[in-house]
Write a protein that binds this ligand. Structure first.
Ligand SMILES: Cc1cc2nc3c(=O)[nH]c(=O)nc-3n(C[C@H](O)[C@H](O)[C@H](O)COP(=O)(O)OP(=O)(O)OC[C@H]3O[C@@H](n4cnc5c(N)ncnc54)[C@H](O)[C@@H]3O)c2cc1C
Length: 389
């Protein structure tokens, strides 16, 4: 009987074991994760869970006993320290575990800045709780005006905490959303008394404050570093798999080793629509990537469909919500199937500044990215030039 080992107990890992069982895989299944918790979804960590509005259980993909019911060997708090593809073996705490097929779903790790070792970062449940514990304790300085930095800023303001956000670019979220929408986000945060400093460079990070390159110092009770994430490719690299901004896979999520797949944040997968590789740090990519790898494995010898979310996912978020208590902001993917429908488009046009020019220019070719941003009552649009199409 064949053994399928999944390394990484996040959403992609959990959805892979679920899909394998759903698709009839009756061989051994081992899911190994180095966190003590069963796989959970991270988006609430910077939103409802951080605000204390939802219990942690809401974020858990399946309760722990579900894995036993599915006959999945779930190994929590366990780190895979080496992968030896030639031997079909992973090393786990001094032991060797044989696999026939393996999926790498090791996700991402927070990026670091020089001197930030003792400071807070934001990836896991414990990080969210540590940040929440700091609410109301004095000024929180957040280095990085990306999604996580802005979400934490909004939630911290909701809890009455003074917040400074330091962003190196001219606008927050500029590279993700483009200037029009980035301006909306900057205004939104400033309207809520976030001290947003743009185009600044951090020279020194301390637990009690930050010094900027222009000599300005900002005192802080808490410093959070939220400057993005890097794919956790350590295992793949030392195993000699092809790695290039993520573990390189084909469109069916097979790596350079025929018996090893990769999915979720860690995978840089060939996108047949774009004609190049793409790594996507999104909830939906983790949700669908694992099942796509499972389907590719189950279809061995036949031709499975390529990974389904690669074409629409692009690099726009699916779930992000910046929640000021009085002012929820939703960012939603536009319904791509309906963008050619005049009624849908006029409904969006009515709803405010949704940019129909961009949609009509590309909607007939390949619509890669379009979002509707709900700002209070109305929608704003985001434009993002596609790479191709
Ligand atoms: C605070 C936060 C908010 C987010 N909000 C949104 C959002 O609103 N919308 C959206 O689309 N996306 C959001 N994301 C991104 C989304 O959560 C990720 O894309 C998703 O978690 C990726 O899932 P994954 O399973 O690939 O990896 P991960 O969730 O990173 O899970 C990988 C797991 O593997 C473990 N691991 C790594 N190496 C090993 C090893 N050698 N041995 C054992 N275990 C190992 C890791 O510790 C981790 O538990 C957010 C992310 C964060 C951190």
């Amino acid at each position: 009987m064949s053994t399928f080992v999944i390394v990484g107990g996040g959403l992609a890992g959990a959805k892979t074991v679920e899909a394998l069982r759903d698709q009839g895989h009756d061989g051994d299944l081992v899911l190994i994760g180095d966190e003590q918790l069963p796989p959970y979804e991270r988006p609430p960590l910077s939103k409802s869970y951080l605000a204390g509005d939802s219990p942690f259980d809401d974020a858990v993909v399946h309760p722990e006993d579900w894995y036993a019911e599915q006959n999945v060997d779930l190994r929590l708090g366990t780190r895979v320290t080496a992968l030896r593809p030639a031997d079909h073996v992973v090393e786990v705490g001094g032991d060797e575990l044989h696999y026939d097929k393996l999926l790498l779903a090791t996700g991402s790790q927070p990026r670091h800045l020089p001197g930030d070792d003792d400071l807070l970062h934001f990836r896991r449940r414990g990080d969210s709780e540590a940040v929440r514990d700091r609410f109301g304790q004095g000024r929180m300085v957040i280095v990085g005006g990306g999604w996580i930095g802005l979400e934490v800023a909004a939630t911290a303001r909701g809890a009455g905490t003074e917040v400074t956000v330091l962003e190196a670019a001219e606008l927050p979220l500029l590279s993700a959303l483009g200037p029009e929408l980035a301006q909306d986000f900057a205004a939104l945060h400033r309207d809520h008394d976030v001290d947003l400093r743009l185009g600044v460079k951090v020279d020194e990070l301390r637990k009690d404050g930050v010094r900027l390159a222009d000599g300005t110092t900002i005192d802080a009770a808490t410093v959070l570093v939220a400057v993005g994430a890097r794919p956790d490719t350590d295992l793949a690299e030392s195993a000699g798999l092809a790695v290039d901004n993520g573990v390189v896979t084909d469109e069916r999520l097979r790596t350079s080793d025929p018996d090893v797949y990769a999915a979720g944040d860690v995978a840089s997968s060939h996108n047949p629509l774009l004609g190049h590789h793409l790594r996507v740090e999104h909830w939906a990519n983790a949700l669908n990537g694992g099942p796509a790898a499972a389907a590719a494995y189950r279809a061995t010898g036949r031709t499975p469909a390529p990974h389904p979310v690669l074409s629409p996912a692009f690099d726009v978020p699916h779930l992000h919500r910046i929640v000021f208590r009085d002012h929820p902001v939703e960012v939603q993917p536009v319904d791509r199937a309906r963008v050619q429908d005049p009624a849908y488009r006029s409904q969006r046009a009515e709803a405010a500044r949704f940019n129909l020019n961009w949609l009509s220019a590309t909607g007939t070719a390949i619509l890669l990215a379009a979002l509707a941003l709900r700002l209070g009552g109305g929608y704003a649009g985001v434009r993002r030039e596609p790479s191709h199409g």
